[in-house]
Write a protein that binds this ligand. Sequence first.
Ligand code: TXA
Ligand code: MG
Length: 331
Amino acid sequence: MQLWKLDTSDYDWQQSAMADAACKSLLAGELAAIPTETVYGLAADATNATACARIFEAKGRPQFNPLISHVASLDAAREHGDFSEQALKLANAFWPGPLTIVVPKKQSSAICDLATAGLDTVALRVPGGPVMRLLSEKSGRPLAAPSANRSGKISPTRAEDVIADLAPSLGFVIDAGPCAVGIESTIVGFVDDTPRLLRPGGVAREEIERVLGVQLAAAAPDMKADAPTAPGMLSSHYAPDAHLYLNAREASPRDALLSFGPEPLPGAEHAFSEFNLSPRGDLVEAAANLFRAMRELDASGAQAIRAQFIPSEGLGEAINDRLRRAAAPRD
Ligand code: TXA
Ligand code: MG
């Protein structure tokens, strides 16, 4: 595995030997850990089914969930999907950025069926972080990438998290430092006539609804079953090893404390360990810290993690979604 450290303010790297080697590795069907502004992605050439299969193998996914394909521009996205007027509005407003758009897949798209799990729809994103975008452009391929963690585990926001989880499977890792957003992209589906929020994430629902001028519907129930359209996330997802309890009213000396905001919970000073997602109560800062906090508290050796109440407005909706999944009963 090659490890490259990258300062993304240095745009010349795109012309570098490193970028050439990265493209060669991707075109040879190898897997790579590539940063985006949300989380690190476990990337492969989306047109190469074998390479995509290696993604599922490396992640240990119990089922073939469809993958997001990352491209360099809206024009590149339109080679693969049919964008309605409403879908175009969102792409223009939020790309490059932490938004994934699910649209009908074009017959002519070269994205392999495994990447879309055999669905006739495709999830596309032009990421804000430049590395994934530029590698897609330079390699001339859409890059399929789920979050670069083993299935059911916490999404990685730093290169060292990925290396700890997946090093043996990787051709290369690009370390561009911690991800700025720190929580996965929001997924909006334009599959029937109604825009639907398939997964809350880095762009708040309110911002999307303002651009669309309508409210987002929930994922249709029939999208949940065999066709995993509503990111059919297993109920227990993003799971730390320690049990997680939500809406804690007090801290315990046996348990780690995941706190939020300036008001300490009763007993906080005696907690086994503590991570405050945002001492000033800022939900964007909290989102960026969330997965790292869960990893660190998990590693602290506490029996359980108690999470303080976090309001559900703005990015709080996505944060609470991830926390609920992490707290779900395990099979
Ligand atoms: O921020 C992100 O979105 C990160 C970075 C790497 O881009 N990626 C990510 O991928 O979170 P992943 O695989 O962990 O989650 C992608 C979600 C899955 O839950 C999947 O079900 C959904 O996207 N998805 C993919 N294609 C879909 C489709 N055609 N219809 C509905 N949902 C789809
Ligand atoms: Mg994931």
